[in-house]
Structure formats: C-alpha cells, structure tokens
Design a protein around this ligand. Structure first.
Ligand code: PNS
Length: 173
C-alpha cells in the first residue's frame, strides 16, 4: 500500500491544489490531504472550515482522505506510516521555499521523500493568496476554486461582492 501525504494550509483549497491531489490519487493507493493549522499565517478560514471545504471539493476521489494536523510534517508521516510527501510546484518562485522545506525535512527524517508535481500552465500563477485578494475586492474567482470555495469566499467578502455587483458596469452608461 503506497500512501502519500499532500500537506498545505489550503486557505482556501484552489483548482490548482485539486489538480495536484487528483494526479497524486492516480499514482498512489491512498492520498492523505493534510490541512495544516498554520496559525502563524493567520488564515482567513478556520481550520474546521478549511477541512470542510477540502472534504467537499475532493469528495469524488475515493482514495483521498482529508485530515488536519498541527505539528511537524515528519511526525505526521510517521503516524500515518507514509514515506512520501507530494507538493505542487508552480513558477520558479516556489522552488526556493520548497527546496528549503525539503532540505529541513531530510534533516529531520531521512526516510521521507518529497515528490513534486508540476502545475499545468493554466494554474501556474494560481495561489490561495491571489484568490483571497481577488475575492476581497469582489472579483470573480469562478474556475479558480471549487464551487463550495467560491460560495465560502462570497460569504466571507459579502460586502465587497455587493458593492461591486450592485454598481452599474461602465458599459451601461
Ligand atoms: O500551503 P502551504 O502554506 O505552503 O503549506 C506549508 C506546509 C503546511 C506544508 C508547511 O508549512 C509544513 O510542512 N508545516 C508543518 C510544520 C513543519 O513540519 N515544518 C517544517 C518544514 S521545514
């Protein structure tokens, strides 16, 4: 049984994350999507909400499980008897950060391997932070996030969407 962890803050889960998880689920017998508390990042969504959104977004993948964790990734890997961590790699800007995390994880556990899956071009520049920023200004995030996340963002930034959608567009003047 080849089990892989796909860790992240998932604040919120995007179409790019779903793509990486779907590809992982085609390669490994079981994929455990591990939602990190990441308290220092001061997430927009609570850990419970991020878990709920990940579960909803990934419900069609029968070999994908979603859990939360608040500790070291290497300890989680030991707990779940997994030696593989899968991360998505987008533009080169991701590389430095991922390289550093992989190096530290090697220091902490030599048995844990990090696998990288390249994002397809359409998701190369997509990130949770860009999605949050767009939504905070009432911008459309359709296609960039699963429908459940779009709804959650509309709730979180209701006033921005109301202000934007309540206004007549320039074309109607
Ligand atoms: O989606 P993110 O925020 O880039 O995910 C980062 C995450 C959660 C994978 C990373 O911060 C992590 O592994 N956190 C767990 C704590 C840990 O093990 N830190 C040491 C890695 S250097």
């Amino acid at each position: 049984m080849k089990r892989a962890l796909v860790p992240g803050t998932f604040d919120p889960i995007t179409a790019g994350h779903v793509d990486v998880i779907k590809r992982s689920a085609q390669i490994f017998d079981e994929v455990i999507v591990s939602v990190a508390a990441s308290v220092k990042k001061n997430p927009l969504f609570s850990l419970e909400k991020r878990l709920e959104l990940c579960k909803e977004a990934l419900k069609e993948y029968s070999n994908v499980r979603v859990i939360t964790f608040d500790g070291l990734l290497v300890d989680l890997a030991r707990e779940y008897d997994s030696h593989v961590v899968v991360k998505g790699l987008r533009a080169v800007t991701d590389f430095e950060y991922e390289f550093q995390m992989t190096a530290f994880n090697y220091e902490l556990s030599e048995t844990m391997e990090t696998f990288f899956i390249m994002s397809p071009p359409k998701y190369m520049y997509l990130s949770s932070s860009i999605v949050r920023e767009m939504a905070s200004m009432g911008g459309s995030v359709t296609g960039f996030v699963p429908p459940c996340v779009e709804m959650a963002l509309r709730e979180a930034f209701a006033s921005a969407y109301e202000a934007k959608e309540g206004k007549p567009s320039l074309g109607t003047f």
